[in-house]
Write a protein that binds this ligand. Structure first.
Ligand code: GLP
Length: 240
């Protein structure tokens, strides 16, 4: 893995967007996946700005979402689908060729899981998987203890994730499960970018990048990815 330390959040976001631009230049019919959460906000805005400025062409590219809280749909505060719509897709003046956004509120969540697998099987592997990191080292909703061999799956949320989740939707929702692309799909991506910012992420970033590769820290598997960039701000790099 290549670790890129940027001076601040803005620089981290711009660096990640530059990398996404490179991927689209090399692979115009790319399949892209970005995370939800706080970390990627600057990145997706910068990406959308560059698309709108005509610097990145996504007219032949596809986009698939990474994960979702089971029970939450695109209109629900704090859902990843809402993040995708408002922060990314809704900002694009020139759209992707096609998108697949996980519906966590689907009546048949197993069918939703299967549809995610089918989409990635049809148009994948991912050309670029951009990821955030949870406080327990999760990627998407690949929580600690996850089976690294899995494709899309539905997984009980860890206690750490449950403690963190009110920052997205307060006490309005109490999801018990997440639906997520699996580590097998992330590891099959041609390029992976892990983003992290802030001092609160320093310890888990150090464990993921410098510690043992173990499913107790799911992001540590990225040490085995042949084309992985970890882009962090100085605060998140403090333990490296
Ligand atoms: C969330 C999501 C992840 C996200 C991570 C970090 O729970 N499931 O996809 O990358 O945790 O979130 P944040 O960027 O808000 O710290």
């Amino acid at each position: 893995m290549e670790i890129i330390v940027c001076k601040d959040y803005e620089a981290m976001s711009r660096r990640a967007a530059a990398l996404a631009a490179e991927v689209l230049c090399e692979t115009p019919d790319a399949l892209l996946s970005f995370p939800g959460g706080d970390t990627p906000l600057g990145f997706v805005h910068c990406f959308a700005d560059r698309v709108n400025a005509g610097e990145i062409d996504i007219s032949r590219a596809r986009y698939v979402s990474l994960d979702e809280w089971v029970g939450l749909g695109a209109d629900d505060e704090g859902s990843c689908a809402r993040f995708n719509r408002t922060e990314l897709l809704g900002r694009l003046e020139k759209p992707f060729l096609d998108t697949h956004i996980i519906n966590g509120a689907a009546a048949d969540i197993e069918a939703e899981r299967a549809a995610l697998d089918a989409y990635i099987a049809q148009y994948g592997p991912l050309s670029l998987s951009v990821l955030g990191i949870g406080m327990n080292g999760h990627l998407g909703f690949n929580e600690d203890g996850v089976d690294f061999g899995l494709n899309a799956h539905i997984i009980p949320l860890s206690e750490t994730t449950k403690k963190v989740m009110p920052k997205y939707f307060g006490e309005k929702f109490h999801p018990e499960y997440g639906i997520s692309q699996g580590i097998a799909q992330i590891m099959a991506a041609k390029r992976v970018v892990l983003l992290a910012n802030g001092a609160h992420k320093a310890e888990i970033v150090a464990r993921a990048c410098r510690g043992a590769v173990t499913n107790r820290v799911p992001a540590s598997i990225l040490q085995n990815h042949p084309n992985c960039f970890v882009i962090v701000d100085e605060a998140a790099a403090a333990g490296l």
